[in-house]
Design a protein around this ligand. Structure first.
Ligand SMILES: C=C(O[C@@H]1C=C(C(=O)O)C=C[C@H]1O)C(=O)O
Length: 356
């Protein structure tokens, strides 16, 4: 057995030495890139370039490694190379262990500084104030819909969207002991309680449900009190040493949450982008239909349409629209130019690479 392993391990050692040399070369070039950027005051993080690198490695991947896994490796390589230029600080809805934190690492890799915030408002504030270079906020959940606070703050602040992240959201029911004996209350964020309501009605109909600020906070509470069960990610459960009563209790097995990267950076075109805009129309029959006509005329696909009541007027709405393409794509630019003329309100939230 050992005789057979030895030469194989020698080959792996040789390859690892080559990988290390290549990583050092890549790192030195990233440092040069950093100097060039510093001279011109150009942004360190270039999401469009990183998206292209990740798409490229998946397309060229010869196997046997899985493309997702190869992307994870390259994301970390880029994160480390980027950190040689500057370590970016990313604010997110904390505490540590939330799905937002998972989204942060999925976008930026782990060579970053993180700033856990107590609310979505705080993420926006820290990002606008420059305490963080970027913020990561939840935008919508596939089963529960829009995160209204995020939509309102996108409208009210000067932040720009430079990226989107989509992650599977799996909830687990967890307690200090790993059993439901003596448990009197289930704590979770209101969204998570809603996403697990069918399962809870079926398995624990009599137990009180209490909404708390985040699933991670629920995990903290459960770690301190054996009468509390938490619904949270298994990642949060591990962090706070909880036992899993039941994994994957969300009603929709394909449950996903989409996050936006916010900041002052305007991402360039990556070849596969989304653009988010907010619109309002005069309160007239057929106004929304007329407003959106330029998109169809220029062959621009709409991928999302969401409305929010405006704070003024009784029946007035803001429309949050996502389209395919980048502001700098000719068809998108022309369609938005025409659309702007018919809108009572028009704001571009940003163009950014589509999530992987
Ligand atoms: C090296 C660069 O800086 C950063 C690091 C990248 C990388 O390591 O490939 C890519 C984009 C930037 O976020 C660059 O802009 O090319």
């Amino acid at each position: 057995m050992t005789d057979k392993l030895l030469p194989l391990r020698e080959q792996i050692d040789t390859i690892d030495a080559q990988i290390l040399d290549l990583l050092a070369r890549r790192g030195r070039i990233a440092q040069e890139v950093g100097h060039v950027k510093a001279e011109t005051n150009a942004p360190v993080f270039r999401p469009e370039r990183e998206a292209q690198v990740l798409r490229g490695v998946a397309e060229r991947n010869p196997g046997p490694l899985n493309s997702r896994d190869v992307q994870t490796i390259f994301r970390e390589i880029m994160s480390s190379c980027r950190a040689l230029e500057k370590r970016v600080t990313v604010a997110y809805l904390g505490p540590s262990g939330t799905f937002s934190e998972q989204a942060v690492y999925q976008q930026f890799g782990s060579a970053i500084e993180t700033l856990p915030c107590i609310s979505i408002d705080e993420v926006f504030r820290a990002t606008e104030a420059g305490t963080a270079d970027f913020g990561v906020v939840p935008v919508e959940n596939s089963s529960e819909g829009a995160i209204n606070r995020t939509l309102d703050l996108m409208l009210a602040t000067t932040t720009v969207i430079s990226g989107e992240i989509s992650i599977p959201v799996h909830h687990s029911l967890m307690t200090k002991t790993g059993s439901m004996d003596g448990v009197t209350v289930v704590c979770a964020h209101s969204q998570a309680l809603a996403q697990c309501q069918v399962w809870l009605n079926l398995h624990h109909p009599g137990i009180e449900r209490r909404a708390v600020a985040s699933n991670a906070e629920a995990a903290v509470l459960a770690s301190q009190d054996a009468t509390v069960a938490a619904i949270a990610s298994e990642m949060a459960g591990e962090q706070y040493q909880l036992g899993v009563v039941q994994a994957h209790i969300q009603d929709d097995p394909h449950n996903r949450t989409r996050f936006a990267v916010i900041g002052s950076l305007e991402a360039g075109p990556s070849g596969r982008d989304h653009t988010s805009i907010v619109l309002a129309v005069p309160n007239k029959a057929g106004a929304v239909y007329k407003l959106l006509a330029p998109l169809a005329r220029h062959g621009v696909s709409m991928t999302r349409f969401e409305s929010r009541p405006a704070r003024v007027g009784t029946w007035e709405y803001y429309f949050y629209v996502d389209i395919e393409g980048h502001l700098r794509d000719a068809a998108v630019a022309r369609a938005l130019d025409e659309l702007k003329d018919n809108a009572a309100f028009f704001k571009v939230l940003g163009s950014y690479p589509q999530s992987l």
